[in-house]
Design a protein around this ligand. Sequence first.
Ligand SMILES: C[S@@+](CC[C@H](N)C(=O)[O-])C[C@H]1O[C@@H](n2cnc3c(N)ncnc32)[C@H](O)[C@@H]1O
Length: 261
Amino acid sequence: MHNSPMHDAAPGLDPVAPADGSAPDAPRTPRYRPVLSFVQRSSRLKDRQQRTWDALAPLYVIEPPRVDAKTSVQPDFRFDPEVAFGRSAPLVVEIGSGQGEAVAHAAEQHPETNFLAVEVYTAGVAQTLQRIRQRELTNIRIVQANAVEVLTTMLPADSVDELWLFFPDPWHKAKHTKRRLVTPAFMDLPARVLRPGGVWRLATDWADYARQMREVIGADERFTADLHAPRFDGRVLTSFERKGLAKDREIADITAVLTAD
Ligand SMILES: C[S@@+](CC[C@H](N)C(=O)[O-])C[C@H]1O[C@@H](n2cnc3c(N)ncnc32)[C@H](O)[C@@H]1O
């Protein structure tokens, strides 16, 4: 049984008042205003990054049709891993892959596995492309898109073997915590894309976000969680984690296995 007591909004989305001015309790089709877990940053690249982008993006970057924002994904677009990778293999998806340190390392270590990196930040995608080139990797694809949309519609249901969320933006100010990805409303998304038995791995260096992740994931009966997991040895030390450690922050690892129905 699915236990999600703390929410009634769609994942990552906030209800807003109806545009037609009708009473809030009148029957209506709900409209939603997205609460984003990121802010748009400059998409300008250095010359070298641009050259790498131009050479490699056609091979490695999935370009979904967009709705409006360049990080959006048209809801009717479906990612076909077999077509994108040219083979059938286990699929690992990393949300917020940043500079691509973790995903490039893992792809090099596991040539038998397909990796999809999901990142909104243009310079991060460019850095990931550079790592792909340096290591001559063939088993990574990148999509520059809002992970909420990727998980809601772009990825087929039950298609992902592992989902990674390492050091998501902590949004530490009280007025910003609603931007955090891991909320009760978000839980339908890993539950949708993971195959039964699939693993969701998370890490954070922010104590209050670790507390929130444990509370939210621990309350969801679709998952069997280790809320104080040992460090995942497939996770390399990224520059982001290094900064947290330099500030004496404790790193929390969490794993959650989607239980079979
Ligand atoms: C704090 S960084 C961590 C990066 C990397 N995982 C690491 O450990 O170094 C968080 C990353 O998540 C990305 N991000 C935030 N919200 C996202 C979303 N909804 N979809 C895709 N990427 C997102 C940000 O652009 C940023 O690169």
